[in-house]
Write a protein that binds this ligand. Sequence first.
Ligand code: GLN
Length: 488
Amino acid sequence: MGMIDWDAVQTAEHVQRGEVSAVECIEEALLRIESTNPTVNAFLHVDGEGALAKARFMDHNLTREAKANLPLAGVAVAIKDNMVTTDMPTTAGSKILEGFRSPYNATVVELLERAGAIVVGKTNMDEFAMGSSTEHSAYGVTRNPWDPNRVPGGSSGGSAAAVAARMVPLALGSDTGGSIRLPASYCGVFGIKPTYGRVSRYGLIAYASSLDQIGPLARSVRDLARTLHLIGRHDEKDATSLDVDTIPESPIPTALQSLRIGLPEEYFGEGIDIRVRTLIEKTLDQLRESGADLVPISLPHTRYAIATYYLIAPAEASSNLSRYDGVRYGLRVAGDDLIHMYQKTRQEGFGSEVKRRILLGTHALSAGYYDAYYLKAQKVRTLIRQDFDNAFAQVDLIVTPTVADLPFKLGERDLDPLQMYLTDIFTVTTNLAGIPGLSQPVGLVDGLPVGLQWMGPPLSEDRVLSAASALEAILPPPEWPLSGGIQE
Ligand code: GLN
């Protein structure tokens, strides 16, 4: 098995034992990026020289003992471009941040680097993380490595595609309503959105602050666990960061016989692609045969989730995006006076989806409509959370499809925002409830990946990862894309 097949844990073990150098790991990643990124466009910035310099430092200046203490020694990682970095620009996929460089690193970047990981680049995304396809980036679309005519999902499509195409073993994404899990599903990789507050948002460019969480995308459950173990720590720089124990570094696969899994009827109804349904049901049969107790449950307020999400998220976004005024960051377009400069900068700097969200959000928050829209949405959010509380009184975990269909063709939903919003129907609920959600690849249909979603109670990441690990052990090993215009 060559270096390109190693996951992050294997890579770190080889570097720790001195079997490969950090420089070799980074060179391998850079070569893959050079050969596959022109097709996939997963990266917005790659800092090959900077990454190699860090790898050289590790190889030359650290003793074997020092390297053994680095849980991600020499691992090439990609960071979604809405997490700020001092060594590379940060654009959040927007023209309004073109050329912006942060004076500090996001906490997650600091924690990964401290663990020996080496950031090789920043990944493409829907502008300000608004989207489900990575088509709303100001810097071009990212393509799905399984079929370059299809979307990788979004908004963390660059991170998912970079991992699936084996440019890097590990990437960070952010998830406000599904943006880690949806691209993980469409690209056939693992991704977890942690409990709200588990991972520091310091240095994450805010989309909807009460929903945003950072999490890893990788090619194995143990990579997710190791990364979350490292980044899921209390941070006094983020007032919503929880002061709780970190999760174990390695998940112990759950004994499936002892597991009660809820299947919410609202997630198995109409509208699911029959090929996705068939594969998910086959996987559920495998869980059942291994002794898990699968019980039907109901999450009755699910049907209000999309409406609730698309009031709360744009409302928070409209407030968060007010800071891009041409004065403090990135782009400035000259105008006749100050107000005109604000207007021209925002007009030229924001894309159409971002403008649509600002309009939706300011409308929902406006004096005449606040009670009818925003306040009502907050109340329904509470009901959605209570649905989960009630369900987790009966079951340990919940399983659903991550998304109702297979990766769609580029351009297919671009002109129909409502259709695009519906893509998130199975993922927004965990953000509204603040609970963890994990997407796990369970196989291919017609050459395209299908993901299964695990949901758990607040702070149950260890339970979620252990169950996913048990399922990973009974499924054939996941496949990785070989063709689709990607050269080996
Ligand atoms: N697709 C959803 C949206 O556009 C979720 C995006 C996300 O999780 N960042 O808001």
